[in-house]
Design a protein around this ligand. Structure first.
Ligand SMILES: CC[C@H](C(=O)O)C(=O)SCCNC(=O)CCNC(=O)[C@H](O)C(C)(C)COP(=O)(O)OP(=O)(O)OC[C@H]1O[C@@H](n2cnc3c(N)ncnc32)[C@H](O)[C@@H]1OP(=O)(O)O
Length: 290
């Protein structure tokens, strides 16, 4: 389930291809860079690396198309507990690749990119596992919007995030504006988008845009930052996958369904783990919460 119920809203074009598949096919021609997915079935933690550092990890069309395939793999990953999205060489992402953007710089071209990235990021947010955007360097424009589709945002001490769209004469186009209002409220979301300013880690933490700042790594030590992010995430991923995924399902239901329907879903998520292996193990032990 996700908030646009893409299965129900699939629009087909003349040759029976969905609109999104048609856009994905077109975008695979806009070359440059790659997204790398690694999944650890033992820990249940996946990693997506945005790899186009020569363009500060900007997302080309082919990378936007790849993101769709990666999300499909994660939707089907039953052992999955979490995914960390980060950029190569200590830089998150500079947003849409301006070389791709220059090929689609009319209203319909923008709409098609928006449709693809809305589908991608709505499905990312709806994944039945925890998602973390690990921000080093800068997250700009669409790169900042990509972080809003993750459950959590973690920043390194020197990192900055900027919804710079207004400086390019455009609005958010990948769903980040709507998610910012849901996260921060309309007033702070307006401030962030209307100013287009770069927000440093301390302020981002203070306004609730990010949930954790990694401050005990040397500057540019990306291996340390990634390791500290895993340590932070472990307070959640140390629990069993079935319960973690059920709790994420409850949160997603409450995000997008009317309350009465979300509550019915909560009953089913509850019943799905009640009496299960983790529950039985806990009941058989001398439970003490410290
Ligand atoms: C809805 C989403 C929205 C859209 O799709 O319309 C967008 O996301 S639009 C893109 C928004 N992003 C920007 O406007 C970022 C513009 N770039 C910068 O501010 C800087 O390049 C920065 C801060 C990312 C990096 O600065 P730094 O001084 O470290 O390096 P350079 O500026 O020399 O950049 C290195 C190299 O990367 C190329 N580059 C950077 N960003 C992009 C990008 N978004 N698309 C394509 N290429 C990018 C830059 O041109 C340099 O290449 P070079 O060949 O060496 O000139």
């Amino acid at each position: 389930m996700n908030n646009n119920n893409s299965a129900k809203k699939v629009k087909m074009n003349g040759n029976g291809e969905s609109v999104i598949d048609n856009i994905r096919r077109e975008y695979s021609d806009y070359k440059g860079g790659a997204l790398q997915l690694t999944k650890d079935d033992t820990t249940g933690i996946a990693d997506i690396c945005i790899n186009a550092f020569e363009r500060r990890n900007a997302l080309s069309g082919t990378m936007m198309s790849q993101l769709s395939d990666i999300i499909t793999q994660l939707e089907q990953w039953e052992q999955g507990k979490a995914v960390i999205i980060h950029g190569s060489n200590g830089f998150f992402s500079s947003g849409g690749d301006l070389n791709t953007v220059r090929n689609i710089d009319n209203s319909d071209g923008g709409r098609r990119m928006a449709l693809l990235m809305h589908d991608n990021l709505s499905r990312l947010q709806a994944l039945p596992l925890l998602s973390v955007a690990l921000i080093e360097g800068k997250a700009l424009g669409g790169g900042a919007e990509l972080t809003t589709a993750c459950d959590f945002r973690v920043m390194s001490r020197e990192a900055e995030i900027g919804f710079v769209h207004i400086k390019l004469g455009v609005t958010t186009g990948w769903g980040g504006g709507t998610r910012l209002v849901q996260m921060l409220g309309p007033c702070k979301a307006l401030d962030v988008m209307m100013s287009g300013r770069l927000i440093k880690a301390a302020e981002a933490l203070n306004i609730g845009l990010v949930q954790h700042v990694i401050s005990d790594c040397d500057t540019n030590d990306s291996n340390c930052v990634l390791s500290k992010c895993h340590e932070w995430l472990n307070s959640y991923t140390r629990h069993n996958a079935a319960t973690l995924r059920a709790i994420k399902g409850i949160v997603n239901s409450a995000r997008w369904l009317p309350t009465d329907e979300a509550l019915k879903k909560e009953v089913e998520y509850f019943a799905s783990v009640w009496g299960g292996p983790a529950h039985q193990k806990a009941l058989g032990s001398n439970i003490k919460h410290k």
